[in-house]
Write a protein that binds this ligand. Structure first.
Ligand SMILES: [Zn+2]
Length: 292
C-alpha cells in the first residue's frame, strides 16, 4: 500500500507533468474507479473536460489537482498508479480512467489492478476538497502545527501508536513508518499519550518527520523523467527499515532481538531494550497478548 512518501513522489511528478495543462477528454474505463462520484461516470467525464489543472496538492494519502475552484481528487488505494506518458502507448487492462490534454502531449492514466483506489470530482475543492476536510494535516505539509499537535496528543487517553495512526490528529502515517519513528524516538507503541512529557511527544513527531523525509529522499525508484508511478512494493522500504518486519533480528542500535506484538489486526515491531514496555496498560487491550 502506498504510504505518504510515495504519494508525495507522485504529487511532485504530477506537478511537473500536468500542472498548467488543459484536459481535452476524460474517459472512465471502469465505473468502480469513480464509484464515489455519485452523479456517475458520464458526469465525471463531462465535468473534467476543458478544465485547466493549476497544481498538484496532497494531504496524507489523498492527492488533488485543482481545476478552477474545483478539484480532481484521487486516492490510490492499495495498488493505484497515476501514469503520465506517450498518449499512443498501448492501454493496459488495469487502466481505469484516462485523461488527454489539449496540447496533444503526454496523457494521464489512472491504473488500479485491485480497484480499491478511486477518483472523484470535488466541486469547490481547489484549496481543500470538503470530502477530506476532516483529515488532519500531515507532517510534511506547511499547515502542520507541531506545537498544537503535541498539546492534543498529551490530552488524549490512548496509546501512542494508535494516536499516530488517527487521521483526525495527524494524517499520512502508516503502520510501517509509525514503528520506524517510534524506534527512532525510543518510545514504546503502547505508551499512554497522557503520560508523555512535552519533550517525548516532540521527539516522537520529529522522528516521524525524519523517517518520512528519509523515505522521500530515497524514494526516487518510483519516479523517472516522464512516468509518474507508484508501487506499494517499492524497494526502498526494505533497505531502510530498522524494526518493521524484523522480529527476532538484532536491533541496529543495541543488538537486542526485535519483538512483534499483535496490534489492531496487524503487528507492531519494537526493541524491548530501547523502547521499554510501559507499566500501565490501561488503554491497551493489545498488550494482554504475549509477544512473539
Ligand atoms: Zn535496541
Amino acid at each position: 500500500m502506498p504510504e505518504l512518501p510515495e504519494v508525495e513522489t507522485v504529487r511532485r511528478g504530477l506537478e511537473a507533468h500536468v500542472a498548467g495543462r488543459t484536459i481535452d477528454t476524460a474517459e472512465v474505463l471502469h465505473p468502480r474507479a469513480v464509484r464515489r462520484h455519485l452523479p456517475g461516470p458520464a458526469d465525471f467525464a463531462a465535468v473534467a473536460r476543458g478544465g485547466t489543472i493549476s497544481a498538484a496538492r496532497r494531504r496524507g494519502k489523498y492527492l488533488w489537482l485543482p481545476v478552477g475552484e474545483d478539484a480532481l481528487l484521487a486516492h490510490l488505494g492499495m495498488s493505484g498508479q497515476l501514469l503520465v506518458g506517450d498518449p499512443d502507448r498501448p492501454l493496459s487492462p488495469h487502466v481505469r480512467a484516462r485523461f488527454t490534454f489539449t496540447d496533444g502531449g503526454p496523457d494521464l492514466r489512472f491504473s488500479d489492478q485491485r480497484t480499491f483506489g478511486h477518483l472523484v470530482w470535488s466541486p469547490g475543492g481547489a484549496v481543500l476538497p470538503p470530502l477530506i476536510a476532516h483529515i488532519a494535516p500531515d507532517p510534511l505539509e506547511d499547515a502542520f502545527d507541531e506545537a498544537a499537535l503535541i498539546a492534543r496528543l498529551r490530552q488524549r487517553r490512548t496509546g501512542l501508536k494508535r494516536a499516530l495512526l488517527d487521521q483526525s490528529l495527524v494524517s499520512g502515517i502508516g503502520n510501517i513508518y509509525a514503528d520506524e519513528a517510534l524506534w527512532r524516538a525510543r518510545l514504546h507503541w503502547a505508551r499512554a499519550t497522557d503520560t508523555l512529557s512535552r519533550a517525548e511527544a516532540a521527539r516522537a513527531l520529529d522522528a516521524v518527520r525524519e523517517v518520512l523525509l528519509a523515505a522521500l529522499q530515497s524514494g526516487g525508484t518510483s519516479f523517472d523523467s516522464l512516468y509518474v508511478n507508484v508501487n506499494g512494493e517499492s524497494g526502498y522500504f526494505s533497505r531502510s527499515l530498522c524494526v518493521y518486519g524484523r522480529a527476532g533480528e538484532p536491533c541496529p542500535r543495541c543488538g537486542a532481538p526485535i519483538v512483534r506484538d499483535p496490534f489492531m489486526n496487524r503487528s507492531s515491531y519494537s526493541c524491548p531494550h530501547c523502547q521499554p514496555r510501559p507499566r500501565s496498560t490501561r488503554y491497551h487491550g493489545d498488550l494482554r497478548y504475549r509477544s512473539t
